[in-house]
Design a protein around this ligand. Structure first.
Ligand code: AVI
Length: 325
């Protein structure tokens, strides 16, 4: 029996129970961590939108360039006959996918788009926006877990489809987990279905480091916002002033890691738990993995996909790879 909040009934919802359990599991470890999937509440969505537009965060602009400038090449690759069914995992605000969808609706009869996202807030925004801009597009969104969304689609029948997993979201998993993710994703696909996955490539380490440590402090606020969310939704008493954001890119592994550093020794109270922080102790917040092209090919072959085509931006910083199941 959980007693998560003295004040707010909504805190005892199953969603908050999972949130609480996940948080506690991470904070009770010797090396403390928090799951980055909880960054995306309404305020987190706004901050991430701002990050995507900040000068240092090149990833969104690179991928948008690919989808905008190579849409004519991409469209035939993602269409399977007259009909096109696109599923997007972690669709976000759909602003990059818009270019591809626009090209598809002007060239194909029936285009159906199934965005799946854990943020209901961003899905509502996406539906309204795309509904306005592309009235010919059929939109059928799913709020929740990616694999539950894929399973729900599978139950609707056997439609050839292309699954988009863009934005380097795959980088928010350690490499081994990303591999398992691809295997699981493939288990929901039929032979001939395709995936289009966005990977951020290894490059000058200073460029990567700056992307996760922007001058305006947006990434700092994005990380700190998770503490604010825990205070609000889990009745915790984090003092945001006692934590600083730190990020470290390790060019030998291609892993960019974000942390919050406790600036003082102190204890944070939850309704039924307390978590002690030493001065200087870290909470690992997020991994953003960068890949070599050879590692991406290796991932395709290890997970049972056949590489079809690779789309790269002009600077060669980012790729969208098309694989067939
Ligand atoms: C969503 N994801 C791909 C972003 C990234 O680049 O890892 C999340 C992010 N975190 C800080 N800045 C952006």
């Amino acid at each position: 029996m959980y007693m998560l909040s003295k004040r707010d009934d909504s805190s005892t919802s199953p969603v908050n129970r999972n949130f609480y359990d996940d948080v506690m599991c991470g904070l009770r470890q010797t090396e403390k961590s928090l799951p980055s999937k909880y960054f995306y509440d309404a305020q987190g969505d706004v901050l991430f939108q701002q990050i995507m537009h900040c000068p240092e965060y090149y990833l969104t602009r690179c991928e948008e360039e690919i989808l905008r400038e190579q849409r004519e090449d991409l469209a035939p690759c993602v269409s399977l006959g007259d009909d096109v069914t696109l599923v997007e995992l972690g669709a976000g605000d759909g602003s990059k996918t818009f270019h591809l969808l626009q090209c598809l609706v002007s060239n194909y009869k029936h285009v159906t788009y199934h965005p799946i996202d854990i943020s209901s807030h961003i899905l509502k925004h996406l539906e309204a926006d795309l509904g306005n801009k592309l009235p010919e597009l059929s939109i059928d969104s799913y709020h929740g877990d990616y694999f539950e969304g894929l399973a729900a689609l599978q139950q609707q029948g056997h439609t050839p489809k292309v699954v988009l997993f863009l934005g380097a979201n795959i980088g928010n998993m350690p490499k081994a987990e990303a591999m398992q993710f691809c295997i699981r994703m493939r288990s929901f696909l039929n032979k001939g279905d395709k995936v289009l996955i966005g990977f951020d490539l290894v490059k000058n380490p200073r460029i990567i480091q700056a992307a996760y440590d922007d001058e305006a402090g947006l990434t700092r606020r994005f990380n700190i916002n998770l503490l604010t969310r825990m205070n609000r939704e889990l009745d915790a008493d984090f003092n945001e002033e006692l934590f600083e954001h730190y990020c470290h890119y390790d060019p030998t592994s291609g892993t960019c890691s974000s942390y919050l550093v406790s600036l003082l020794e102190h204890t944070v109270l939850f309704p039924e738990d307390e978590i002690h922080f030493d001065k200087g102790e870290l909470i690992h917040m997020e991994v953003s993995q960068k890949y070599l092209p050879s590692e991406i090919d290796h991932m395709a072959s290890e997970t049972g996909f056949a590489p079809v085509k690779t789309f790269t931006d002009k600077r060669g910083w980012f790729v969208d790879v098309l694989w067939e199941a």
